[in-house]
Design a protein around this ligand. Sequence first.
Ligand code: ZN
Length: 408
Amino acid sequence: MHEDFVKAAKIPGKLVIEESETASHAKHAWIQARKSSDFSAFAPHLEKLLGLARRKADLWGYADEPYDALLSTYERGARTREVAALFTKLKPDLTQIARTAVERGKAVKPNLLRGNYPIAKQQQLNAEIAASIGFDFDAGRIDTTTHPFCTTLGPRDVRLTTRYDESDFTSSLFGVLHEAGHGLYEQGLPEADFGLPSGRACSLGIHESQSRLWENHVGRSRVFWQKWLPRAAEIFPNLRKISLDQFLAAITRAKYSLIRVEADEATYDLHILLRFSIERQMLRGDLAVKDVPAAWNAEFEELFGMTPPSDSQGCLQDIHWSMGGLGYFATYTLGNLNAAQLFATARKQRSIAKANDQADFAPLLSWLRDKVHQHGGAFLPGEIMENATGKPTDARHHLKHLRERFGC
Ligand code: ZN
């Protein structure tokens, strides 16, 4: 609480107003610029936001570089240098894994699961699955939006949202699994501390570890679908002709995509490495705003072997910068790394592994409650990881998981 106060008190009211006004204009400019794929219409706004972010970083103070100050608003205690070291280590392995996974993905029929999935039936399956992993419907619900998210309105009121595609039930289902991961964390926070820092989530990187754990490590696993595919086929008759192996291949099929939010497990982190690198260079003053599209496209080519045909499918695709959200992106990959590390550590306990292998995830959830959820924001994210797994965030577990999943 003291930290929050000191941080807020260091920013003069005038700067808060200026930031709010700038971000408001920038967001509108970004919407237009993205529509017409015209980076030059957004560039002056980004320039201003960058200047404001630098001023804030200077007022807050930082250890090595201004990016530290911004990163730590989302991930307390995280250092840019350490994140950069993690990402540098990840890069060659990730690019190689992605290449293999995408190659393998070409053998999988892209429309294998296409069919007719009425929304009401999807909702039924989604609710059964969310309840089975422990989401408490007496303290939460699922609604419909354009972009899935999870929000907490008050103690015992956690709302998940998802979107429906009537030709593909996995879109809404994996939205629910991801958001239910966030929701389980929120439902596991210490209720008596609601409204206090100790009663809220530790960081974005820890929050995202919970969603990715349930979505990917549990929700895309063989044991999970051994249990749920027969049930899904009862609800949706066209799944009866699909074997478990075919189904798993379809839900883990990798392909390169220009758009981050459409990326799969094998390629997602490459999108984050790119954004982290661009943001850090901008903040350091090593990359001028006008040169962002060229730098973006060059790095994209290096990572994905293709160049975005337009800036709206390149450096203009994400909303984050237009809201002044510089320093945010790294937390998505930290989430992936933390998810793999927490899941691997939990599975070292025989009782958890044995239950998981029978698609019983209750012991896993109580382990997460004990090691992560109940502590809320009382510890730094690094401390949560050390206490739970004995080590700070490490890239090893995530790489091992991806190699196993994609057979490389
Ligand atoms: Zn998430």
